[in-house]
Design a protein around this ligand. Structure first.
Ligand SMILES: Cc1cc2nc3c(=O)[nH]c(=O)nc-3n(C[C@H](O)[C@H](O)[C@H](O)COP(=O)(O)OP(=O)(O)OC[C@H]3O[C@@H](n4cnc5c(N)ncnc54)[C@H](O)[C@@H]3O)c2cc1C
Length: 492
């Protein structure tokens, strides 16, 4: 790899781009961040004694219709804004289980990650410190988080958890969801506690080796002369094309946008896009099947202002990649007010995320590669649908949840489900520039470098080999931090 004076470019200021940039700046490299968005969505948060007493979030910058209508029902929510989707996120940050990295290999080698939990363990901890995670007693199967702030399980829920544990503390499937809530006391003019722009990018602006370009929409990469990619083409605020040189580039524009940049990077030896000689780029798209349920209990229980998490059924009791986890929290906003006064409720809100088996035909592709790129139109077709098994996994998890609550001494009176979410509605897309040790099944290698173009990295969830049922952002950030650290060692 070149050791010239050109900067390392990071594309995107969401959680994965911010994490990569912070790591590269820390390593002393010249770093330039290119961010398509120009606005900082408005918001207000007031937290007192660990309770969020006021939150207001504007939806500025969020966009649901940047892809062309296709015959699939898929949705795509993206945010061309400083901080990306972290302006709107909830902040649930469970770690993946070590088995998540090879559970899919029980079906086929194509589902085996080239990295393991051990490769990420230290990065999980470092990212959790950045996120200022609030955590406590974890459920079985979720490795304990580094907790900046401790949270106790509320009174009567301790008894439920103890009953389910049956004397073995580490086997209880119910525990606290680690949350990126930040300080228990906070007044901030932003929409979310951890917002990647406010918490990671803005502090870099004082660094001599960091520069942020906003309103700079990356379109494709080019090679100027040599055999390596060294130029990024972007559209600036005035609509003009601009070229910037790099020694390495980290794509962290979000799963779909990073994939589009690679699809638009076409050369004689990569005629269908960079990393696509085996037809893998854009394929294996996955999201989480998602179900929101309202659970009526037969007795009053403490309100869950901090959510509980019912982790997936044990791996040896489910089909490969057949996990679903349930987050239990407030059924309605008025219950939050009840929680301040320690008033009990007889209802819960439950969000269930299941694993979607990534299939090659689930994909993102360019409608017509000759169409000019435009920041507001991506010209992509997103083709994704859930298989019956994906829905069944979620339905079974909701039934298991009701069963386990009963076993724990809180019988459930009724469960009312809302209509199932379509693909994309969980906002957990991943997999379209997946990581695999073989080019046949992967776009990037174990270090997040594109096979055959080590100077180009993809560090957002596009690199996920599979999408286990857990919320993805913590793992995506840990991968991005690791990729940036390894890159810094190579180019420094
Ligand atoms: C309501 C909601 C709740 C959520 N809750 C959770 C949760 O509890 N836990 C969890 O793990 N995840 C959650 N998520 C998902 C989480 O927000 C995303 O996984 C995370 O933000 C992805 O980070 P990223 O950096 O990869 O991408 P993004 O946050 O999407 O950031 C990408 C950035 O790249 C920029 N960009 C895009 N294209 C280009 C281009 N061509 N050139 C230059 N810049 C570009 C964008 O403007 C954006 O700033 C939630 C999302 C939503 C909407």
């Amino acid at each position: 790899m070149s050791c010239n004076d050109d900067p390392v470019i990071v594309v995107g200021s969401g959680p994965t781009g911010a994490t990569a940039a912070a790591e590269l700046v820390r390593a002393g490299l010249p770093v330039e961040m290119l961010e398509s968005g120009t606005i900082r969505p408005r918001g207000v948060i007031v937290r007192a004694a660990g309770n969020t007493v006021f939150r207001w979030t504007s939806s500025d910058g969020a966009d649901t219709d940047r892809h062309r209508p296709s015959n699939s029902e898929a949705e795509w929510l993206s945010a061309r804004a400083l901080g990306g989707l972290s302006n709107y996120w909830t902040g649930s940050v469970p770690r993946f289980n070590p088995t998540d990295f090879d559970d899919g290999a029980r079906i086929d080698e194509r589902y085996r990650w080239p990295i393991s939990y051990a490769d990420l363990a230290t990065y999980y901890e470092r990212v959790e410190k950045v996120l200022e995670v609030t955590a406590g007693r974890s459920p079985a199967g979720i490795p304990a988080a580094h907790a900046t702030h401790r949270q106790e399980v509320p009174g009567d829920w301790v008894r439920v958890i103890d009953r389910l544990a049956n004397g073995q503390d580490d086997s209880t499937p119910l525990g606290l969801m680690p949350m990126a809530k930040g300080s228990p006391w906070m007044v901030a003019l932003r929409a979310t506690e951890y917002n990647s722009y406010a918490r990671q990018v803005a502090p870099l602006l004082d660094s001599a080796n960091f520069r942020l370009h906003t309103g700079c929409h990356v379109v494709r990469l080019e090679r100027s002369s040599s055999d390596r990619f060294d130029t990024v083409v972007c559209i600036d605020r005035s609509g003009d094309e601009r070229r910037l040189r790099f020694r390495a580039i980290v794509l962290a524009a979000g799963t779909i946008d990073s994939t589009e940049i690679l699809l638009r990077t076409r050369t004689d030896d990569h005629p269908d896009g960079l990393g696509n000689n085996e037809g893998v780029l854009g394929a294996y798209l996955h999201d989480h099947p998602r179900l929101w349920s309202s659970i009526e209990l037969t007795k009053d229980m403490c309100t869950l202002a901090h959510p509980l998490y019912l982790s997936r059924a044990p791996y040896d009791e489910t089909p490969p990649m057949g996990g679903a986890g349930v987050t239990l929290g407030l059924a309605m906003q008025t219950d939050r007010v009840r929680s301040w006064f320690r008033r009990p409720v007889d209802r819960l809100g439950a969000v269930t995320f299941g694993t979607m088996l990534p299939r090659p035909e689930q994909s993102v592709c360019l409608d017509d590669p000759s169409t000019a790129a435009h920041p507001d139109e991506s010209h992509l077709t997103i083709d994704a649908s859930f298989a019956d098994r994906d829905h069944a996994t979620v339905d079974e998890a909701v039934e298991r949840c009701a069963q386990l609550l009963g076993d724990g001494g809180v019988p459930v009176r009724s469960v009312t489900d809302t209509p199932r979410g379509v693909p994309g509605s969980a906002v957990h897309y991943g997999g379209t520039a997946r990581m695999h040790s073989s080019r046949e099944f992967g776009v990037v290698d174990a270090d997040n470098s594109v096979h055959d173009a080590p100077e180009v990295l993809v560090s957002d969830a596009a690199c996920f080999t599979t999408g286990p049922e857990k919320n993805p952002t913590l793992t995506a950030m840990a991968i991005s931090m690791r990729a940036a650290e390894l890159l810094a060692q190579r180019v420094a």
